[in-house]
Design a protein around this ligand. Structure first.
Ligand SMILES: Cc1cc2nc3c(=O)[nH]c(=O)nc-3n(C[C@H](O)[C@H](O)[C@H](O)COP(=O)(O)OP(=O)(O)OC[C@H]3O[C@@H](n4cnc5c(N)ncnc54)[C@H](O)[C@@H]3O)c2cc1C
Ligand code: FES
Length: 341
């Protein structure tokens, strides 16, 4: 029946939440401060794959790569896409450090572009003034609705620290033809946007372990939020940032990173260029970020690792760190999956 609400129960444990019609199971859970495992929110990464013990869902528009035919038959669903057609019983899965940080209820709000500046040929810094304060953990992201396309959203990681909750910064890769990133008017002061959030599970965990941050391209955004807030809190942990780019002109915000290195006793950053231009005079590390990690990290077991950027890079770095001894539940990653493919 249209408009009917249902109930979800997580087993074991018995936690319950209400399922609203037309809203994904994941969104319903997060709005009721129930943390489930998830990543891209676009049906791409399969992080939100859960087994339905009982009940029926509309699986949504997902590929057979994200959820295979046999998984569908066995009762698995991607909860970021699935919408309830009945009450549900869902097999609960462990979430690393679930009690570390309570879920911040995601909310919708308006935002206005107050500044937009190119940081490199393709990466832009976008500052948004929010109509109301946004609480978030360093490492989380927001969604921006594509103007003129109601219900079509893009994820962008927050690069600023939570200390400025009404003014946030994003680092956006401008893609020619991209529905959000390709339009000049979206990068013009005064432009109004609808946003919602915060989302994401790759937020900085409380722990005593050294922190390894690995990013390429616009994946630097959430790492900046983590480092900026660590500097503000004078976090005693060690932070290591590995930042990969193609050429020297793609290495953004190096002056700020150097300043942070001077201000923070335990922060070091390493940049690696995969294709330094002949005239660059580059004396730093050369190669993909995985090659540099391969050379420089002998034992990854002591670290908490945060990885952000292109999915292929995230996968390669995670595989390498696992081979070097890190435990799977100490890897936190945001693969920047494209929503539209
Ligand atoms: C959790 C998460 C966090 C993200 N955070 C950021 C962020 O902080 N900064 C950021 O810039 N992006 C981020 N992204 C990616 C972002 O959400 C969009 O997918 C991206 O900006 C493209 O959107 P668009 O509307 O401009 O292009 P679309 O209209 O969606 O796509 C246009 C074309 O561009 C291609 N395309 C998409 N992404 C890329 C790419 N990276 N390189 C080359 N071609 C591409 C698509 O395949 C498509 O063919 C994140 C994604 C996720 C899942
Ligand atoms: S597939 Fe659901 S969060 Fe990525």
């Amino acid at each position: 029946m249209a408009g009917e609400t249902f109930k979800a129960r997580l087993e074991p444990g018995g936690r319950e939440f209400i399922l609203h019609p037309g809203e994904s199971v994941l969104n319903c859970a997060l709005r009721q401060r129930i943390l489930l495992q998830y990543g891209c929110r676009n049906g791409r990464c399969s992080s939100c794959k859960y087994l339905l013990i009982d009940g029926e869902v509309d699986l949504g528009n997902i590929s057979s790569y994200s959820l295979t035919e046999s998984e569908r038959e066995e009762g698995w669903a991607l909860l970021c896409q699935a919408r309830a057609l009945s009450d549900l019983v869902i097999r609960e899965q462990p979430v690393a450090d679930r009690d570390d940080a309570p879920v911040i209820t995601p909310d919708d709000r308006r935002a206005e572009v107050v500044a937009a500046r190119p940081l490199s040929e393709s990466l832009w810094g976008l500052q948004l003034m929010l109509e109301s304060r946004l609480s978030f953990y360093p490492g989380q992201f927001i969604e921006v609705e594509i103007p003129g396309r109601p219900g079509s959203w893009r994820c962008y990681s927050i690069a600023s620290s939570p200390a400025t909750p009404d003014r946030i910064e994003l680092i956006v890769k401008r893609i020619a033809g991209g529905e959000f990133s390709g339009r000049d008017e979206h990068f013009t002061a005064g432009f109004k946007l609808a946003i919602r959030g915060p989302y994401g599970m790759s937020y900085l965990r409380k722990s005593d372990r050294p922190v390894l941050l690995v990013a390429t391209g616009s994946g630097l955004g959430p790492m900046l939020s983590i480092i900026r807030s660590a500097a503000e809190r004078q976090d005693p942990r060690s932070y290591w940032l590995y930042y990969g780019a193609r050429t020297e002109s793609d290495l953004i915000l190096r002056d700020e990173l150097r300043l942070l290195e001077q201000r923070m006793a335990h922060f070091s950053f390493r940049s690696a260029l995969s294709a330094p231009a002949a005239g660059d005079g580059w004396r730093g590390a050369v190669g993909r970020v995985t090659q540099v990690l391969q050379r420089e990290i002998a034992d990854a077991s002591p670290y908490d690792a945060y990885i952000c950027g292109q999915p292929e890079m995230c996968e390669a770095v995670a595989t390498l760190l696992l081979a070097k001894g890190i435990s799977e539940d100490r890897i936190f990653r945001d693969d920047f999956f494209a929503a539209s493919d």
